[in-house]
Design a protein around this ligand. Structure first.
Ligand SMILES: [Zn+2]
Length: 353
């Protein structure tokens, strides 16, 4: 039987008591340590119970979100940076860098090291892309700290984080590149997206072909409070250049697409021989809990276009990329993950040799 691999994206909604405690005393109060540990432990136990062959810590300690966890709390930032408007009407803002040098405050391998204490399953670790963090540098520049210096520091910090995660034994390291589709919305000429891909390729070029088989890229139209930031941008604008990234794996939101066949044809055309595409088969922002049969049919649909040896499945996005997003319950998230795992197995069985 062909084994179609299946992997999560990353985040799982945080337990509500943890969110309340963070609201009361701030995310870094040492007294919250046992609550964070319990959240990670419970997340991994529930992940295992779904049968998921690859698990994550649910990003329980990524505060505030998947985008800024590495820089949250840096003294040389101000809160009025890049704004992401979502279709639900709200805006998420990123920090703005106010002075050099640029350094991460924390690396994601610290999360991985904790998660490994609670599971023997292969663990995926997601990290933020250099292109997302590049938006921290203000358009007006910073006196005495040029954009070129910033980019050099940014690439060094990203490389350090990636190597730490690989060395720590991550089964996959996933670079979150949610701003790819958004880039086409901000700049329809495609120049911004091209500059993002070039920057991320500068980073990926520092890794060996073997490393790159453990490195993946996630792209999606965003997912926060059951809404998106760039679903109106046509994948046809994005996917051809996306597969130019020097990574072995691509995790692409697909379940929420209105015309999947059209997108899958584009994937087939641009996917390279040494790349695997994990297509999203459940949508975290859709409250409907999919049946395993619904998922199976989406996998079989994808297999009509993508060679089964280069196909995998995933969730369209994390279940709460922003830590305070409570629009999905933990129960719903794991029910959808279970459907993904079971539906992918049903589809794999169709390819029995
Ligand atoms: Zn996503």
């Amino acid at each position: 039987m062909a084994n179609i691999p299946t992997e999560p994206i990353g985040s799982i909604p945080r337990p509500l008591p943890l969110l309340s405690a963070i609201e009361r005393s701030g995310p870094e109060d040492p007294a919250l340590g046992p609550m964070y540990a319990e959240a990670v432990k419970d997340t991994l136990a529930r992940f295992e119970a779904t049968g998921s062959p690859v698990v994550t810590d649910g990003e329980q300690r990524k505060y505030h979100n998947f985008w800024t966890y590495s820089v949250h709390g840096l003294p040389n930032t101000a809160p009025d940076g890049f704004a992401i408007p979502f279709s639900a009407g709200h805006v998420r803002r990123m920090p703005r860098l106010t002075g050099g040098p640029f350094r991460y405050r924390r690396y994601a391998d610290a999360y991985l090291e904790v998660a490994q204490r609670y599971t023997d399953r292969p663990l995926k670790q997601a990290v933020i892309s250099p292109s997302a963090l590049s938006l921290m540098y203000p358009a007006a520049g910073i006196p005495g700290y040029s954009r070129d210096q910033f980019i050099a520091d940014l690439l060094a910090e990203h490389e350090e984080e990636m190597r730490r995660c690989l060395d720590q034994g991550a089964f996959k390291v996933q670079v979150d590149f949610t701003e790819a589709r958004l880039a086409m919305k901000i700049d329809p000429s495609g120049q911004l997206l091209t500059s993002f891909v070039d920057l991320n390729n500068l980073a990926l070029s520092r890794f060996s072909p073997e490393d790159r088989q453990r490195i993946g890229i996630h792209t999606c139209p965003g997912g926060d409070r059951d809404s998106t930031h760039s679903a109106d941008v046509d994948y046809a604008e994005l996917l051809p250049i996306l597969f130019e990234l020097k990574a072995g794996n691509f995790y692409i939101a697909m379940a929420g697409e209105p015309d999947r066949a059209r997108v899958l044809k584009i994937v087939r055309r641009y996917l390279k021989d040494d790349q695997r595409v994990f297509v999203g088969v459940v949508s975290p922002i859709d409250p409907h809990v999919d049946s395993a049969e619904e998922v199976r049919d989406r996998v079989l649909e994808a297999a009509e276009y993508v060679p089964v040896g280069q196909l995998g499945t995933t969730d369209d996005c994390g279940y709460s990329p922003f830590s305070d997003d409570t629009s999905t319950t933990r129960e719903t998230a794991f029910a959808k993950i279970r459907a993904r795992v079971e539906g992918t197995a049903l589809a794999s069985a169709r390819f029995a040799s």
